[in-house]
Design a protein around this ligand. Structure first.
Ligand SMILES: Cc1cc2nc3c(=O)[nH]c(=O)nc-3n(C[C@H](O)[C@H](O)[C@H](O)COP(=O)(O)OP(=O)(O)OC[C@H]3O[C@@H](n4cnc5c(N)ncnc54)[C@H](O)[C@@H]3O)c2cc1C
Length: 473
């Protein structure tokens, strides 16, 4: 097992894609195998040393960044154990990089439907955060494709859970090794990565997915796959009017149905961050971005949609070069925003909330109302097909920073009133406790802390992820 010490040696592990800057750790351990991991965890348990699991470091909520103790990096757990072409499934170690996995299964004519957007992430990180991906509009999040999880608990025991083997019954999820009471809150039926999953009759594997490194260290994952996708095209429709976007989206969903793989939105403000890289963007427009299965009929359908909506311009790409350029269009926005505001020293306030489909129009109007009434710079973009937009605020003074937090809270309350979630895909980590507290209430947080204590009685693993470590005392 490799061990590194000293702040400069481990500095990169004290960061992720969040602005969380309170990272500190004594040592970094890189185990080679499960035996190494078991001995590390039991040693930490015996000595009461906090330990935080680190994977690709692409998380956006500070989950892999410890405040104290040690880090365990999963980078050596990088073996794809088995790809079963017939059964369309695979078993892989948790430290496999998503991109490597996608390349290997492509050679077998297979595809991993969660298709996570940030492909330097590890599979274990994706499972721990229930990550969504480019086609989650069509296929759903990671959760839907996890068939098996192998996890090392802090007392050194191994918990292996297969989908279908354990179900909640009479308020208890019985793992054999552990019995877990079902919390009284329920995970809302929207795109969601907020706290431990809880539904009546739920499969035992669901609690482990999205548990953000707090219950055990995932070492191995079994996933289901599908046949490789047929060719696709991307279309971007540039529009003048932002007001009736939800109605248009409803109509597009009705018209295009199953053939749509993704359906995204960029408001006028967000397109300004892309204009330098993509000069074809017409001034003063917003955009609907979609990816679809490639057929002549489908392309014609989109050209009709663009005409009916009086599009200012429409860009459609099917051939490899142009397709890749438009993929880049979609990916470039978060990068450009982060780079620009880092340069001018502004920390963005980024929301990641989703609501039920029938409330989306109301939520969209709510965001737009705030944008009209506030002077602070803000943008709205993201996964509109899943009723999930990222509302980003860019406060440029202390006064605006306070106002941004007030606006966040107002939006949280509105989302919850509409039956939504405070975290749709990025999780809670160390920076969204307050919003999860409003969503699940003090009792919900206490119930989660109790579950965590049953898995990790030493209270050393992933401290301050999802809820404050204070609740474990
Ligand atoms: C440009 C960009 C775009 C992104 N787009 C999306 C997107 O579209 N959708 C989306 O959902 N996310 C997105 N993300 C966020 C990120 O990619 C996901 O959260 C990802 O799943 C994190 O995986 P990771 O391997 O980087 O994990 P890390 O950041 O290293 O860790 C994340 C959390 O998982 C825990 N963890 C990691 N590995 C394990 C393990 N083996 N066992 C137990 N716990 C573990 C950690 O302790 C931590 O709490 C994006 C990030 C970036 C930078």
């Amino acid at each position: 097992m490799i061990i590194k010490e000293g702040r400069t040696e481990i500095l990169t592990y004290l960061e992720d894609a969040s602005n969380f800057r309170e990272g500190s750790a004594e040592k970094l351990y890189i185990p080679e195998n499960e035996a190494d991991l078991v001995s590390l965890l039991t040693e930490c348990a015996n000595n009461g040393v906090p330990i935080t699991v680190s994977s690709g470091g692409t998380g956006t909520v500070g989950g892999r960044i410890p405040k104290e103790g040690v880090i365990v990096s999963m980078e050596r757990f990088n073996r794809i154990i088995k790809v079963d072409k017939e059964q369309q499934s695979a078993v892989l170690q948790a430290g496999v990089i998503v991109n490597d996995f996608l390349n290997v299964i492509e050679d077998d004519g297979l595809f991993y439907p969660p298709f996570p957007t940030e492909r330097t992430a590890f599979i274990g990180g994706n499972v721990a955060t229930n990550a969504s991906g480019e086609y989650s509009f069509r296929f759903g999040p990671t959760r839907k494709y996890v068939k098996k999880i192998r996890m090392v608990l802090t007392d050194g025991r191994i918990l292996e859970v297969e989908r279908g083997a354990i179900r909640e019954k009479d308020g208890i999820v019985d793992y054999g090794l552990l019995q877990i009471p079902l919390p009284s809150y329920r995970t809302p039926p929207v795109k969601c990565s907020a706290g431990y999953f809880s539904r009546e009759g739920m499969d035992g594997i669901e609690l482990l997915i999205g548990s953000e490194g707090t219950l055990g260290v995932i070492t191995e994952v079994g996933v289901s796959l599908i046949k490789a996708l047929s060719s696709r095209f991307i279309v971007i429709v540039f529009l003048k009017d932002e007001e009736d976007i939800p109605q248009k989206i409803q109509e597009i969903k009705r018209i295009c149905g199953e053939n749509l793989l993704s359906l995204e939105f960029f408001d006028k403000g967000s397109l300004k961050f892309l204009k330098n890289d993509f000069p074809f963007i017409p001034d003063d427009t917003c955009a609907i971005y979609a990816e679809s299965v490639s057929t002549t009929e489908e392309m014609e359908r989109w050209l009709n949609i663009a005409e009916r909506y009086n599009a200012v311009d429409t860009v459609l790409a099917e051939d490899r070069t142009n397709y890749d350029k438009l993929i880049d269009f979609r990916h470039r926005l978060p990068e450009n925003i982060n780079a620009y505001f880092k340069k001018i020293g502004i920390v963005k306030v980024a929301m990641d909330m989703a609501v039920p489909e029938d409330s989306f129009s109301e939520m969209y109007g709510f965001y737009k109302g705030i944008m009209r009434n506030e002077r602070m710079r803000s943008i709205l973009f993201g996964h509109i097909g899943e009723n999930h937009l990222h509302f980003n605020l860019f406060p440029s003074s202390d006064e605006e920073k306070m106002r941004a937090q007030e606006i966040y809270e107002i939006c949280v309350k509105k989302v919850l009133l509409l039956g939504g979630t405070v975290a749709a895909e990025h999780g809670i980590g160390k920076i969204k406790h307050k919003w999860l507290g409003i969503m699940l209430g003090a009792e919900g947080l206490r119930e989660m802390a109790k579950i965590k204590k049953t898995f990790d009685p030493y209270c050393i693993l992933g401290l301050d992820n999802i809820f404050s470590a204070e609740l474990l005392r």
